[in-house]
Design a protein around this ligand. Structure first.
Ligand SMILES: Cc1cc2nc3c(=O)[nH]c(=O)nc-3n(C[C@H](O)[C@H](O)[C@H](O)COP(=O)(O)OP(=O)(O)OC[C@H]3O[C@@H](n4cnc5c(N)ncnc54)[C@H](O)[C@@H]3O)c2cc1C
Length: 463
């Protein structure tokens, strides 16, 4: 390894942390240590969907060939069915849209996806540690340089030039960072901003529970030989409940996620275990009036995992001094655009390109972090908001577009019109994922490296 220009700690070895480490592995002079709290790198959950915007990034990272081997369908730009939309919460469902996009949505089995990332880590510049949980950090700024010191649960400490916090929705780094930003806001005489920041440190329950499982495709085939989900990713819409299912693992498994939403509980705290094995009886009652093809899917689920979907409130900065947030630690979102991991990968790519750039040195790190924040924060927060809105639409809760009957009920024609408006909103919210690329954003970020360094570290932040 050539003399490192700086040393980076990545806390969290999920999709975002690993993607960032892979992207930094493209440089020979950035030393990276990954600290993962769990005893091994293990992806939780079953399937992961990847849209063209993210796929282009994964290709730029040199992962296309290996990921192509484990994709459900070979990646290319041909128009493909990404999802078929159907209202399913009635004895006979209503087809209302086939979403066709360039390349469709690439579906992977999460453990396979993660293995590819791990295989692409540099064994020269990158070291990985497991059973190392970040508890907090401290920062030291002097006129010549700044450092961040990690405090780990096992009592050890470790100094670095930069901490990249990819420690997920419960992020310990985010908790510390909001305290720093809140202290700065309070010092500027803005106690209301400080209080808002402190509140944004902890995750909030979205009011939604996801029941996740994988179904052996053969089992479903034995019930309904030509069940459409064996070939086609499906979204089934229903009032307060919703189902997304698609084939993974080269068609041998079906990824199953059933959602139950209680929007009156949104932004409260979920007090039970966030992830738990449950009996499927817990959700059957909500789906027993649904159409037969949905009932067949439920027959194939044995013991689903129940996930409380927690999200984070928008922050006014993803960076403070020599610490930067990435992925769910920065912007945990609802899963209704299949985009949380994709946004983590996008963060990782933009941040790593800024860090690798020869204009970024230990002395000018702050400028690179500012560019990352300026470009990635607005974009990821827009995706976060759009994912929430899609959730309201998927669960037929969007104002003016619910199916509650009553005097305003307008019969089959009215229903079809509503479904068309739902379709149009969802598609409009989502087109960024297949119609745009990250290139322009990356170029804008890189141009910011020509601005004066003005490396005022922690003095900037919440306004
Ligand atoms: C039902 C559902 C379906 C989804 N479907 C999709 C999809 O199709 N496509 C998509 O793009 N996204 C999807 N997502 C979102 C996606 O799973 C997340 O956004 C993504 O995993 C976030 O990656 P991350 O690396 O930021 O965090 P995580 O994947 O949560 O990784 C964080 C890592 O940090 C470790 N860690 C935690 N705390 C510490 C600590 N203090 N110190 C050190 N390590 C720590 C954890 O053990 C973990 O390994 C879905 C989410 C859900 C709930």
């Amino acid at each position: 390894m050539s003399t490192p220009k700086f040393r980076v700690a990545i806390c969290g070895g999920g999709v975002g942390g690993l993607a960032c480490a892979v992207a930094l592995s493209h440089a020979s002079n950035v030393e990276v240590d990954i600290y993962e709290a769990a005893s091994e790198f293990a992806e939780v959950g079953a399937g992961i969907g990847v849209w063209p915007r993210t796929w282009k990034i994964l290709s730029a990272l040199g992962l296309a060939e290996d990921l192509g081997k484990i994709a459900m369908i070979p990646p290319n730009d041909q128009p493909r069915v990404a999802f078929h939309f159907r209202k399913g919460d009635q004895p006979e469902g209503i087809d209302f849209h086939t979403l066709v996009t360039p390349g469709g949505m690439l579906a992977f089995h999460r453990p396979d996806f993660q293995r590819v990332l791990i295989n692409h880590l540099s064994d020269v510049t990158c070291r990985a540690f497991t059973r190392k949980r970040l508890v907090s950090y401290t920062q030291r700024t002097s006129s010549s340089y700044s450092t961040v010191t990690l405090q780990l649960e096992d009592g050890t400490t470790a100094p670095y030039d930069l901490l990249i916090a990819a420690d997920g929705v419960k992020s310990a780094a985010r908790r510390t960072m909001v305290q720093e930003l809140a202290a700065a806001a309070a010092a500027r005489g803005k106690p209301d901003v400080a209080q808002k920041l402190r509140d944004a440190g902890l995750p909030k329950w979205s009011g939604t529970l996801a029941y996740r499982a994988t179904i052996p495709s053969e089992r479903l085939r034995s019930l309904i030989p030509n069940h459409r989900v064996l070939e086609t990713p499906m979204v089934y819409f229903g009032k307060n409940t919703q189902l997304t299912v698609y084939p993974i693992a080269r068609g041998t498994l079906i990824n199953f996620a059933a959602m139950r939403a209680r929007y009156d509980r949104e932004y409260t705290t979920f007090d039970e275990a966030w992830v738990k094995d449950v009996s499927k009886d817990e959700l059957l009652g909500d789906f027993d009036q649904w159409e037969p093809e949905v009932q067949a899917l439920f027959k194939c689920v044995d013991r689903p995992n129940r996930w409380a979907i927690n999200t984070t409130l928008p922050l006014p900065s993803y960076t403070s001094g020599r610490v930067v947030l990435l992925g769910d630690a920065a912007h945990a979102m609802m899963p209704y655009q299949g985009a949380g991991a994709g946004q983590a990968i996008e963060d990782a790519f933009v941040l790593a390109r800024l860090l690798i750039d020869p204009r970024t040195t230990r002395a000018t790190l702050g400028r690179a972090l500012r560019a990352y924040d300026a470009i990635r924060r607005p974009f990821s927060q827009r995706v976060q908001a759009a994912s929430r809105e899609n959730g309201l639409l998927y669960t037929l809760n969007y104002p003016g577009l619910s199916f509650d009957g009553g005097p305003a009920h307008t019969g089959a024609r009215g229903d079809a019109e509503k479904l068309e408006r739902i379709r149009a909103r969802i598609q409009g919210n989502w087109e960024w994922a297949w119609e745009t690329t990250v290139d322009a954003d990356l170029q804008r970020a890189l141009r910011m490296l020509d601005e004066p360094p003005d490396d005022s570290g922690m003095r900037r932040g919440a306004r």
